[in-house]
Ligand binder design. Structure first.
Ligand code: ACO
Length: 185
């Protein structure tokens, strides 16, 4: 079986299929999604795609974390529905880690997830404190407010609605309902 993981800007013929795959999981306008995919470059951001025998079956995006120069944020990890549970997500993540370490010379990968913690635990990711994926001052760049005695952080991410971003609620023990995870390379 021929499997390869490549940056999408090296294989632009897969842009349309990739847009459809990512939008089948997280609906956005095709224009916005294509613009995001077309921003892929040799540094960050970069969208990596998993190709099996000439067909696109997976995608993930590596984004800049302005406050953590030696790291990146992985998001929009998706495997085509009928290919899930067969090890392809693992292949894609492991190849992305090699790409980060050997090509981008990064030392750490961050992500956030709501429901896929076990998948990432198996790959060696560990829970960590929430990080800001925009702005240059880490946590202080996040917009914080209080509502119903709960801290609310507004975080913009790849699949958040365009405007306004969805607030991410922080529970009483200080944990975001999204789990932030990291792995040192
Ligand atoms: N819960 C528990 N275990 C899981 C889950 C899950 N949701 N998903 C995978 N696993 C386990 C598998 O059972 C397998 O275990 P094993 O090694 O003991 O057999 C192991 O994790 C590896 O599974 P793969 O087959 O490699 O995973 P798959 O190819 O299905 O890809 C993925 C996983 C990407 C999460 C896929 O299911 C998917 O596309 N889901 C929908 C989109 C999504 O939720 N993406 C993640 C968003 S978070 C982010 O982007 C950072």
């Amino acid at each position: 079986m021929t499997l390869s993981v490549v940056p999408i800007h090296k294989q632009p013929q897969f842009l349309r299929a990739c847009c459809d795959l990512v939008n089948s999981e997280w609906k956005r306008s095709d224009t916005a999604r294509l613009r995001s995919l077309e921003s892929s470059c040799d540094h960050l951001p970069v969208s990596l795609i998993l190709i099996k025998e000439g067909s696109l079956i997976g995608h993930l995006k590596l984004s800049i974390i302005p406050s953590i120069k030696e790291g990146c944020f992985v998001e929009s990890v998706v495997i085509k529905q009928d290919h899930r549970g067969q090890g392809y997500g693992t292949v894609l993540m492991k190849e992305a880690e090699k790409y980060c370490k050997n090509f981008l010379h990064l030392k750490v990968i961050y992500l956030s997830t709501k429901g896929q913690e076990k998948f990432y635990h198996k790959l060696g990711y560990e829970e960590c404190a929430p990080i800001s994926i925009y702005g240059s001052f880490g946590v202080s760049s996040q917009v914080k407010s209080f509502k119903d005695n709960k801290c609310v952080k507004k975080v913009v991410s790849e699949n958040a609605p365009m405007a306004p971003p969805l607030p991410v609620h922080i529970n009483n023990s200080g944990n975001s309902l999204k789990t932030y995870m990291r792995k040192e390379l």
